[in-house]
Write a new protein. Structure first.
Length: 278
């Protein structure tokens, strides 16, 4: 191979790597913008928040927080931008409520939904969701990462549903609230409204699980085991995803072959696999 051909292939390889990098940056930016939009709405929500005036509701939140083992003080605020209860706050645990929460639901429904949201704070789900968003932004191109993110959210919601056992007939009451909230969330949202995706995702499975929880007694989940699963589970799955995408021509990478040669090797490998299958 002449020196000119070698330079041409080197330039072509550099351009290919550059284009791959640009595609990755563009995808990461779009994925990150999706998460940043939600955080921007939260910032606006915090600026326009107001404390809940119903002292009885605040006291019930504190009682449920103590029952769930939350030692820090939980803020209870309301905003017209909320369509359903929501828990958030990495440093200051907060429960946000829509303005008509106390008037729309009876005491049992309020307690069941509040226990669900407080369970998210007990499990530090806002942090794990942020970590999942960061992993999705870095590995946006792999469908398994999106699937894992969705499964993490579902597992978090189903684990939080078990806190409804603190309330008398809580699982049935929460199931009815989920169905009612799912109907409301199916309607078009107004601009700037904050919705809780957890109430819509896998709604049927959550309702089925709540029906199976009836009659059981609530027990606090083992925090150490849950933390280990949340820390090492995503790490192991991410390693598996990366290894599964690194199978393509590792020998060519170590030998320093060009991108053109690697493409030819991939085509030959695919052709060989097809012949072997036939």
């Amino acid at each position: 191979m002449s020196r000119a051909d070698s330079r041409s292939e080197s330039v072509g390889d550099s351009m290919s790597v550059l284009w791959l990098g640009l595609v990755w940056v563009a995808g990461a930016a779009l994925t990150g913008a999706r998460a940043c939009l939600a955080h921007c709405l939260f910032v606006i929500f915090r600026l326009r928040r107001r404390p809940v005036a119903d002292r009885a509701l605040v006291e019930r939140v504190r009682a449920l927080a103590q029952a769930l083992g939350i030692r820090r003080r939980v803020r209870v605020i309301e905003s017209g931008r909320l369509t359903s209860p929501i828990a958030f706050g990495l440093l200051r645990p907060t429960v946000g409520l829509p303005p008509d929460f106390a008037g729309r639901y009876d005491a049992a429904s309020q307690d069941a939904m509040l226990a669900h949201e407080l369970a998210h704070l007990t499990a530090h789900d806002p942090f794990w969701c942020l970590l999942a968003d960061a992993a999705t932004m870095a590995l946006w191109w792999h469908p398994a990462v999106w699937w894992l993110r969705r499964q993490l959210h579902l597992a978090s919601e189903m684990a939080a549903d078990e806190a409804s056992l603190l309330v008398a007939d809580g699982p049935r009451v929460l199931a009815e609230c989920l169905v009612e909230l799912g109907t409301r969330l199916a309607r078009p949202a107004l601009l700037g409204q904050l919705r809780v995706a957890g109430f819509r995702s896998h709604l049927g499975r959550r309702v089925q699980q709540l029906m199976r929880l009836e009659g059981r007694a609530w027990a606090p989940p083992p925090r150490f085991g849950a933390a280990v699963m949340k820390i090492f589970g995503p790490m192991v799955m991410t390693i598996i995803v990366v290894l599964c995408t690194a199978w393509a021509a590792p020998q060519a990478l170590t030998k320093g072959d060009s991108m053109k040669t690697m493409k030819l090797n991939w085509k030959r490998s695919l052709a060989t696999d097809r012949k072997s299958v036939v």
